[in-house]
Every structure is written in structure tokens, then in C-alpha cells.
Write a protein that binds this ligand. Structure first.
Ligand SMILES: Nc1ncnc2c1ncn2[C@@H]1O[C@H](COP(=O)(O)OP(=O)(O)OP(=O)(O)O)[C@@H](O)[C@H]1O
Ligand SMILES: [Mg+2]
Length: 421
């Protein structure tokens, strides 16, 4: 294949893979969600629900597909307003409120001058909406919903669920999350306003499903006559069929990734990495391209960051992992981490340097790397050593980082392996 053709072939496949997909499967869950939204919009029947499923299983695609279908119905735009919030962006209630107002075109109602509590502001927003000529049903989509549980008093969640619970105005609140334990994270008063309706997107994992994944790979990697001449299409698609049906290495890479993280997102990522290897000198995909692509996909970005830490910093990471085990994942502050580290360091002569300022510097570096993230929205400013942080790494990641750390003192290795439970 000529280099020009291979470049356009790469571009064509990449665009196909990255294109937003039509939602497939999970018909029952889709109908369920569609009905709930329809009832809110056309029957003014408020409700709330959670959409739960592992990363990349299609939650966002499902919501988009349902909203697209609704948008095509007559009068939807007149009768409903969709408000999108995302826990990663709207990290406290004030930001959430601002974004809500913007999406409702009510920026002038709640502006910087209004300092009342969340419920007051919410009431203000609703009354302005009610006074407008056209009462619209409000559909709130809360992506990364579990992160809203970290907001001060969970006011936003409480007020939204309360609105849906009271059913005075048509409201539908959908929380989208990958955390199965999200209900445990809700405060009791929030839970009591929630409908307890959960829609689960749990991917199946079997031979039939895997074969359909191979079928998807085929459809992504094929080229067609809309952009290429017939001879080229025939030759390329024949090559793809041979690759997927007969090349053991390529097949095994797709299977391994499927077994590790059964989501389409990661299969797409694997194919993108594989086709990025195509070029003038490499005009066909080989098993080796897939093997290298698999390495790229499964190499953990965190591990590369952790490779750059100092011994003191890795000690703090270990201390935080242990605190996470003791306090079951609750946030930690500097004092807790420092005292855990001191306990260890005092018992080991090689760790004489326990200077508080040095440890503070190391702790700040971990924060800059976002290995720890501050818990926000606690009103009055806390002294920095008592500021709470969420630790972002899993026990497995810490274990791998310790293993990879060259010349880590033996006592630190042993301390890392300590099982506290
Ligand atoms: N059932 C499905 N139908 C169509 N596409 C899907 C489906 N499941 C996953 N995908 C594809 O997988 C990718 C990830 O999907 P999506 O972003 O909807 O997942 P998610 O569950 O929202 O993930 P996250 O938890 O990371 O937000 C998208 O490219 C999407 O096209
Ligand atoms: Mg999503």
C-alpha cells in the first residue's frame, strides 16, 4: 500500500473508532430510563434514579441515546430542560449552582450577591422558573455522582432529591456513577429522599459476548468504498479478516484486555494504539503491533508518576495506604500521616531525618502530583495540617510501586507489606 493510502486509511479508522457510538444492548435498562424521563416530562411525575456500572460500560452513551430520542419528540424542547452537572467539574455546591443557573439562563437570579444557603438559592431558582410563562420539567443528570457526596452536608443532593420526592414541580434526577457503594456514601437524610431506584449496567462476560467484541473490532478496522477504491478495500479488509481470524498474537491481546477490563473503551484504545503503528515502513497490522499496543494500554500512568518519588515520599504513600486500611478509605490529614510515619521512622535508625518541615514539603509534593486530593466545601478554612485529603491510589498500585522502587531500604519494603487488618 502506498504511504498516502496508509495515512488516509489510518485517519479513516481512527475517526470511525472515535465517533460517538449508537447505544447497543441493555434494552430493558434503556426502556426503564426512557420511561422515567418521559413520565417526568409528559405526566409531571417526578422521580430520581441511579445509573450504576463499571467504567466504560456505556453509562454516558446510554444517557445520551435516551436524551437524543426524547429530543426528537414533539415539544420536548418546550416541555423540558436538561441540566448537566459533573462531579469532576462541579466540585462544590456553589460551582454547581452557578452552572445550573447558567444552563437555565438564570445567571442574574443567583449571582455573587446572594449568599444564602443552598436551599434558599434553590427555592429562588425554582420560583423564577415557575413564574415564567412556560413551566418546564427539569432533568438533572449528575455524572460522577459519587463525588457530589463529598460536598459539604451533601446539600445539592439533598435538595435535588427532595425536589423530586415532593413532586411539586416536575423533576427527574439521575445520578450516574461507577461506584456500587454509592448509597452508603449518601447521608441518611439524602437517602431518605431518594427513590431507591437503581438501573445497573453490568456487562456480561462470556464467549458469545467476546465473539461480538471481535465483530466490533472487525467493523472498526474495515474500510469501505465511501472513501477508498474497491481494490484497496478488498485487499485491506481481507488483511483484517486474516488478522482477526488467524493471527494468534493479535487475538490473544484482544482477549487478554477483554478479560482484564471488559469494556469497549479499552478495546478501542488497543486498536488506536495498534493502528498508530502503521506507516510507510509498516503497511499492515501484525501480532507484534498488538502486543506493543497492549503494553501501552495496560501500563499504569500512576506507576510512572510513582517511579519519580523520593524515599520519604514513598514512605508517606505507604503510611496513607495503611491509614486507608485502618479507616476504611476515609480522608486523612497531614497530622495523621506524619504521626504514622514518625512511628515507623523512630524505630529505624536509618530514618533519623524526621524534620517536620521536610515531611511537609514531601506531603505538598504528593498533593501537587494529585496523589492526594483535598476534600472541598467545608465552609470555614481549616488549618493546613488538619485539611482532609482523599488518597487516590489503590493498595495494589502502592504494592506495585514499592516493588518497582529501586534501592528502597529493606525496612521500608517490610513496612509496606505489613498487613494491618
Ligand atoms: N452499550 C454500548 N453501546 C455503544 N457503545 C458503547 C456501549 N458500551 C460502551 N460503549 C462505548 O464505550 C465507550 C465508553 O462508553 P461511555 O463513555 O458511555 O462509558 P461510561 O460508562 O460512561 O464510562 P465512565 O464510567 O468512564 O464515565 C464509548 O466509546 C462508547 O461508544
Ligand atoms: Mg461516563
Amino acid at each position: 500500500m502506498q504511504s498516502e493510502s496508509i495515512e488516509s486509511c489510518k485517519r479513516f479508522i481512527r475517526e470511525k473508532i472515535l465517533q460517538p457510538a449508537e447505544f447497543r444492548g441493555f434494552e430493558e435498562q434503556r426502556t426503564n430510563l426512557l420511561n422515567l424521563m418521559e413520565r417526568a416530562v409528559w405526566d409531571h411525575d417526578s422521580n430520581s434514579a441511579l445509573l450504576i456500572g463499571p467504567a466504560g460500560c456505556g453509562k454516558t452513551t446510554l444517557v445520551r441515546s435516551v436524551l437524543k430520542e426524547l429530543a426528537e419528540k414533539k415539544d420536548f424542547a418546550k416541555k423540558a430542560l436538561v441540566i448537566n452537572l459533573n462531579g469532576l467539574i462541579h466540585t462544590d455546591d456553589r460551582l454547581s449552582l452557578k452552572s445550573m443557573c447558567k444552563q437555565m439562563s438564570l445567571e442574574n437570579v443567583v449571582d455573587e450577591r446572594v449568599t444564602g444557603n443552598f436551599a434558599d438559592n434553590m427555592a429562588l431558582i425554582l420560583s423564577s422558573l415557575q413564574n415564567s410563562d412556560q413551566k418546564k420539567a427539569l432533568i438533572f443528570i449528575l455524572e460522577e455522582m459519587d463525588l457530589f457526596c463529598n460536598h459539604h452536608n451533601q446539600s445539592l443532593l439533598y435538595n435535588l432529591f427532595d425536589l423530586a420526592h415532593k413532586n411539586e414541580s416536575a423533576v427527574f434526577v439521575l445520578g450516574v456513577t461507577l461506584r456500587l457503594d454509592v448509597m452508603d456514601r449518601m447521608e441518611k437524610r439524602v437517602r431518605s429522599r431518594f427513590s431507591y431506584r437503581s438501573i445497573y449496567l453490568l456487562p456480561v462476560h462470556d464467549a458469545v459476548d467476546f465473539e461480538s467484541r471481535i465483530g466490533l473490532c472487525r467493523s472498526w478496522l474495515f474500510i469501505d468504498t465511501s472513501c477508498f477504491n474497491r481494490t484497496l478495500c478488498k485487499a485491506w479488509n481481507k488483511h483484517i479478516n486474516k488478522l482477526l481470524d488467524e493471527n494468534e498474537a493479535a487475538y490473544n491481546c484482544i482477549k487478554r484486555l477483554y478479560d482484564m477490563q471488559n469494556n469497549e473503551e479499552s478495546t478501542k484504545e488497543l486498536l488506536l494504539h495498534a493502528i498508530s503503528r502503521l506507516g510507510e515502513d509498516n503497511t499492515t497490522l501484525s501480532g507484534q503491533d498488538f502486543e506493543e499496543a497492549l503494553q501501552d494500554v495496560i501500563s499504569d500512568g500512576w506507576l510512572q508518576i510513582l517511579d519519580g518519588l523520593s524515599t520519604l515520599e514513598i514512605c508517606l504513600v505507604i503510611a496513607m495506604k495503611q491509614l486507608g486500611e485502618v479507616y476504611q478509605g476515609d480522608p486523612v490529614n497531614f497530622e495523621m500521616v506524619y504521626s504514622r510515619y514518625l512511628k515507623f521512622a523512630k524505630n529505624h535508625s536509618s530514618f533519623e531525618d524526621c524534620n517536620r518541615n521536610t515531611v511537609i514539603k514531601a506531603f505538598e509534593h504528593l498533593q501537587a502530583l494529585e496523589i492526594i486530593l483535598p476534600v472541598t466545601g467545608h465552609g470555614a478554612k481549616t488549618q493546613s495540617q488538619y485539611q482532609l485529603y482523599h488518597f487516590q491510589l489503590s493498595a495494589q498500585q502502592v504494592k506495585s510501586a514499592v516493588k518497582r522502587f529501586e534501592e528502597l531500604p529493606t525496612e521500608v519494603q517490610q513496612w509496606a507489606e505489613l498487613n494491618l487488618l
